[in-house]
Design a protein around this ligand. Structure first.
Ligand code: ZN
Ligand code: ZN
Ligand code: ZN
Length: 295
């Protein structure tokens, strides 16, 4: 099978193989996917069970169940969301960001747009469904919808299980979408979506002792902080930077839409098509724009 693709979590402990035909390739905007992945939305591929194979690290998987319907497994070392059983016992649900190279297919739909983040605008022309696509008769938890607040001067957020929460007294001003291969594996999606607030304005409100951190030294330094109880990405607050980095999926405040900046676009996944008109940079923006970006 030379259409076989390999996938891995951020730390590389958990690896697997997939091959087509894929049953679905969908962007899911539900609040649980957003929180678990940490991004604007999660993107998943439905892989027939006989076309899916675990290679390594199956014993590194932690299991979290948010609702009766699905388990949401993640790597206990690095927090990456990893492949899971789906509503269909014959199909595995695979986070597309973990797959290396070209999956050989393209996203087909947006699902659960009824519960998308208040600050997200969908700009492509793929079909959109309020919840599951037609023909899938599964129970749906009512989304907790709060009207967008424009110019909110505070922001609060939490992980999927609710153990960890934070707040900041200043508002995020921009979302940075990083398409690099490490961010794809960390978020399990096409790109990382992160916003930031001044570090002095940020504080944890609960669960700080439950934060797990994975640090990669080679070949690039990269770190990811996640909830040790559910695997959701949580803010990164380090002494080297003057900002707290908030994975946008963790945000509970109904913020008004924010401008985006796309970075490391030169290394984006082939299936990741940018359809908005916000600025794009092959790698990092030049230093003066970087300063402006972090305001
Ligand atoms: Zn891992
Ligand atoms: Zn949690
Ligand atoms: Zn990145």
């Amino acid at each position: 099978m030379n259409d076989t693709k390999r996938g891995a979590c951020l730390c590389g402990a958990i690896t697997f193989e997939i091959a087509p035909p894929y049953r679905w390739f969908a962007h899911c905007h539900c609040s649980m996917c957003r929180k678990h992945h940490g991004g604007l939305y999660g993107t998943g591929v439905g892989v027939p069970r006989e076309r899916f194979r675990w290679l390594t690290g199956h014993d590194q998987i932690s299991h979290y169940r948010a609702t009766g319907a699905f388990e949401r497994p993640y790597c206990r070392r690095c927090g990456s969301v990893v492949p899971a059983e789906s509503h269909d016992p014959e199909v595995m649900h695979v986070p597309a960001g973990l797959v290396e190279g070209d999956i050989g297919a393209r996203p087909r739909t947006h699902i659960f747009v009824g519960s998308k983040a208040s600050f997200e605008n969908i700009t492509d022309s793929l079909p959109q469904f309020q919840a599951y696509p037609p023909g899938l008769d599964l129970p749906v938890a009512a989304p907790a919808q709060t009207p967008p607040t424009s110019g909110s001067e505070r922001v609060s957020g939490s992980c999927l299980c609710g153990t960890i929460a934070y707040e900041a007294t200043s508002a995020p001003r921009r979302i940075v979408c990083c398409h690099c291969s490490l961010c794809r594996r960390s978020f399990g999606t096409a790109f990382a979506s992160t916003t930031f607030v001044p570090r002095q304005s940020f504080r944890w409100t609960r669960g700080r002792d439950r934060i797990a951190t994975y640090r990669m030294q080679q070949p690039h330094s990269y770190s990811s902080s996640f909830c040790g109880d559910c695997g959701s990405l949580v803010p990164g607050v380090s002494h080297e930077v003057r900002v707290a980095l908030l994975p946008v999926g963790s945000i509970d405040t109904a913020l008004a839409p924010l401008p985006l900046t796309h970075i490391f676009v030169a290394s984006k996944a082939p299936w990741d098509e940018i359809t908005d008109t916000w600025p794009q940079f092959d790698e990092l923006p030049p230093p003066e724009q970087l300063d402006e970006m972090f305001g």
